[in-house]
Structure formats: C-alpha cells, structure tokens
Design a binder for this molecule. Structure first.
Ligand SMILES: [Zn+2]
Ligand SMILES: [Zn+2]
Length: 326
C-alpha cells in the first residue's frame, strides 16, 4: 500500500489517513492534515468520516452549491413573501379605505334618513290638518249648495209632454194642494235631467216654499186630480236636495228597509234619522253618519218591527216622510 499522492509505500499499512469516500491512503504531510500530531487527533475523533483533499473539495463544492441554491431559494421566497406582504398591506389599506368610505356613506344615509323621517312626520301632521280642513270645507260646500236651494221644491212624477207649460202645471198643483198661486211667487221653474225629469221650482221667498211643502205634506196627489189632462201618475213634492243629500237620504231609506233605522227625512235641507220611534232624531251629513246612527246589522229585527208598527200607527214626524217619496 502506497500514498495516493507521492506514491511512496507506507512502512506500516495502517500508517497515514484513509479517505472514507475513495478509500485511498495519504501521508499526513501529503494532505491537509500536515503533522503526525494532527493525524493522531484526526484518527481519534473522525477516522470513519475523514475525506481526502480531493473528496473533501468535491463534497464542499456540492455543499456550497446546495447552500447557494438554498440561499437563492430563501432570497426568492423572502422576496416573494415581501411582495405578498406588500400587496397584502396594500389590500388591507384599500379595504380600510373602503370601510371608511362605506362608513361615511352610511352615516350620510342615516342622517338623510333621519331628516326624511322628520320631514315625513311633519308632512303627515300637515296632511292630517289639511284633511280636517278639507272635511270642514266639504261640509261647508254641502251646506252652501243646499242653502242655495232653500227656496226650492222638487216635484216628481208629472209626466213630461210636448209643448207643456210648467207654470200651468204649477197652477194646477197649487189648486190641488190648496195654496194660492201667482206667477210672481216663482223666480223660475223648469225640468231637470234625471229620472222622470223632475220639475224644480224656485220661489221668490222661503216662506212660499215652506207653505207649499206644508200643504203637500201627507197628501197623496195624482195627475188625475189636476185640471189639466195628463196620464195617471202619482206626484211627489219634496225639498230640493243636493245630489249629496239625496244619496245620504237614500242610504238611510235602505237601512229603514233593513229595519236598522225607524225614520229618515229631510227638514230645512238637513237629513234627519231616528233609530227607533223612542229615540230622538239625529242629523246625518254623510253616508258614514247614517251607518253610525243605525242599529248594528243582525240584532235589529225586533226593534225594526216595532218601529215599523209605530210608523204605521203614528205617521211621520216630518214634512217629508219617507212614504211621500218614490
Ligand atoms: Zn505521500
Ligand atoms: Zn479520497
């Protein structure tokens, strides 16, 4: 066995250092061990792992290569992490901005909403006041419309003929009910559109209107009684009600038929009802008032019957009874 470096044979085969990789032997002086003392130390501590200069160089090159690539990897990873972190920071910052923006917008919306709610409340209050005012005005309008008819009567049932003279008809009616007639008592008289074209008479005074209504009250008048020739028909003389008051009176009469009211009539342009013969009369201005004044549906039958009987025996307390209207 000789030294792989100087080729000189070893005096003893165990002399020198043996490489754990290539198995070749070297004199201490022919490799990096250099001294016998170093060789002794090496043999006592790392004889089984020691490498010759050549193998050690190969190994460290590999190790360095590995470390270098590891370093590159770490650097790349660090850069990547750093990039990721930067972009994460940017994302968080942008999310923060968005949240700030959304919070601001939400606050704005909340404030606007609060303002709108206040406005809405104010409008509701105002609307309520206006509704009440409108209702009052509506009542005033109904009253006024009826007031303009205070000197009027409405005569229903007189058959319409060609070239009729309304004033001749009125004179004949006056004769039958027993009131004085003069053309000068009447401002104007004419037929109006509607069922059977009723005749509206406007007197020059309210007292004349009252006189005709009082005279006609309770009388059953027929065209046969007139001294003019007309086909036979019943004639009804009533206050000249507004369309609104007519609808209220009609509603009341419907409830009489249902035995929920005892009486309904008009008096001085006002619609009055009595729930039962015993109860006092109340004024109704709207259809809803009629419903409120009436007995509730169903539990009315007995009261209705007694009212009906009383009405038959005692007649009606008003100038325009429900039986004097078609
Ligand atoms: Zn040697
Ligand atoms: Zn070796």
């Amino acid at each position: 066995m000789s030294c792989a470096k100087c080729n000189v044979a070893f005096a003893n085969p165990n002399d020198g250092a043996q490489c754990s990789k290539c198995d070749q032997r070297f004199h201490a002086a022919c490799c990096r061990i250099r001294t016998a003392q170093n060789l002794k130390t090496m043999k006592s501590k790392q004889a089984s792992t020691w490498c010759c200069d050549t193998c050690a160089t190969d190994e460290s090159v590999g190790l360095i290569g590995m470390l270098t690539s590891l370093k590159t990897d770490i650097a790349a990873t660090r850069k990547e992490n750093s990039d990721n972190f930067t972009s994460l920071k940017a994302s968080i910052s942008s999310v923060e901005e968005s949240i700030k923006d959304i919070t601001k917008r939400l606050t704005d919306i909340e404030m606007e909403n609060k303002k709108l709610k206040q406005e809405c409340d104010a409008l509701n209050t105002e609307n309520k006041i206006k509704s009440e005012k409108i209702f009052d005005l509506q009542c005033d309008v109904h009253e006024l419309q009826q007031y303009t008819r205070r000197s009027n009567i409405e005569i229903k049932g007189v058959p319409k003929t060609k070239e009729e003279n309304i004033y001749i008809i009125l004179e004949a009616v006056a004769e039958v009910i027993g009131v004085q007639y003069s053309r000068s008592y009447i401002s104007i008289a004419h037929r109006v559109n509607g069922k059977q074209n009723p005749i509206i008479v406007q007197f020059t005074s309210r007292s004349m209107q009252a006189e005709w209504l009082a005279a006609a009250k309770g009388k059953r008048i027929n065209t046969r009684d007139l001294r003019i020739s007309l086909e036979s028909a019943s004639i009804y003389i009533n206050e000249h009600l507004t369309a609104h008051n007519k609808s209220v009176l009609m509603a009341a009469k419907t409830l009489i038929r249902e035995h929920r009211l005892a009486f309904a009539w008009s008096q001085g342009g006002r619609i009055m009802v009595r729930r039962t013969a015993e109860e006092k009369a109340v004024r109704v201005m709207f259809i809803s008032d009629v419903e409120n004044a009436a007995l509730p549906p169903r539990q009315h039958d007995r009261a209705g019957e007694s009212a009906e009987m009383l009405r038959d025996s005692r007649g009606h307390p008003s100038r325009t009874s429900s039986s004097n209207t078609p």
